[in-house]
Design a protein around this ligand. Structure first.
Ligand code: PSU
Ligand code: MN
Length: 325
């Protein structure tokens, strides 16, 4: 019953792709929390939240506290939070408190991008979802707005390693609006912006003309488009549908209010990149390694900024979801 209600909200393309056999499979693989399923059925605003940030982006025990706070912020701004994660082979859209605790504290939570989803489901394992995987599941569930911290992107040295986050290609194929604070300077920011352009992913600055650099309000790159409020963003989302570009996501770059000390930032960045190189960190371990390094080396300063960023993105995402009604 819950699922059939949710299926009404599935976007047109996803619906076409789902044969009746696949719907039967989805019923067993995707579980909506009672709060999320009620919100979808009633047409209330819902905001998707990712879980890799909880399991692999923030240290314990603040990860759980931040995750709970994020849910509260979305609620207080008039939308329903749908944190997305896989637990014991089930894709959850909306987590109950005990499930959120499991994602924050269990040691068997891997990091799943889109290609990992079916493998984790079939093997009955558990994983947190990246921006790519969260956006995919959210789109299948008919959720239009998603809040995260920073987007994945093109890694430094990608011309040799080919290390580009699947977040980018995922967002080039999904009807999703992602609120983030830009990308971290652990990445090649310029190359990431170029790839966003090539992949036709929409990009607007929220009350800024500069692309934010996560801990820093300005990554050094200019943005062509600027918006001032959630209503303007909702108008862009609706315009995408009317001209057929809705399956290219929209990234809303929301800069942090109070940035990190730039000297400290640059120093930690340089030593973190050098350590990752020295230790031969590669593949999907690179991002969590550098995030952890930042938190430890800044003695908590990056953590408090990170927390502020996520909270602010959750508030804006909820405002957008409300404005879309
Ligand atoms: N960037 C951040 N914080 C994060 C991530 C990226 O500032 O927590 C996480 C997100 O879940 C993102 C993922 O989708 O890392 C990208 O990882 P990769 O580069 O392995 O695709
Ligand atoms: Mn990678």
């Amino acid at each position: 019953m819950k699922i059939s209600k949710a299926l009404f909200a599935i976007n047109a393309r996803a619906y076409l792709l789902i044969t009746s056999a696949k719907v039967v499979h989805m019923k067993s693989a995707i579980r909506f929390s009672s709060q999320v399923s009620a919100a979808i059925a009633a047409g209330k605003p819902v905001v998707a939240l990712e879980s890799t940030i909880i399991s692999h982006g923030l240290p314990r025990p603040s990860n759980l506290a931040v995750a709970l706070e994020c849910e509260e912020i979305v609620l207080s701004h008039g939308a329903v939070p749908a944190t997305i994660a896989l637990l014991d082979g089930i894709v959850h859209v909306g987590l109950e408190q005990a499930e959120l605790e499991a994602i924050a504290n269990r040691d068997d939570i891997s990091k799943a991008s889109i290609r990992d989803l079916a493998i984790i489901v079939a093997s009955g394992k558990s994983a947190a979802t990246t921006v790519a995987a969260t956006a995919h599941i959210a789109a299948v569930a008919g959720i239009k707005v998603f809040a995260t911290g920073g987007l994945g992107g093109v890694h430094r040295g990608a011309q040799d390693s080919f290390d580009e986050s699947a977040d980018l290609t995922a967002l080039s194929q999904l009807d999703m609006t992602v609120v983030c604070a830009g990308v971290k300077s652990i990445l090649d920011v310029h190359a990431t912006l170029e790839r966003l352009e090539t992949l036709a992913i929409g990009l607007v600055g929220y009350r800024t003309n500069r692309f934010p650099g996560f801990y820093l309000t300005d990554s050094g790159f200019e943005l062509e488009h600027r918006v001032e409020n959630a209503k303007e963003i909702a108008a862009i989302i609706k315009a995408r549908t009317s001209i057929g570009t809705q399956f290219k996501s929209l990234v809303v770059a929301n800069p942090v209010h109070k940035e990190m000390n730039r000297e400290l930032h640059d120093q930690i960045l340089a030593s973190g990149l050098a350590k990752a190189d020295l230790e031969g960190i590669n593949g999907k371990a690179v991002t969590p390694f550098l995030l952890e390094y930042f938190h430890t080396a800044s003695k908590g300063e990056s953590l408090s900024i990170n927390t502020e960023i996520i909270k602010s993105n959750c508030a804006l995402a909820a405002e957008i979801a409300v404005a879309l009604l």
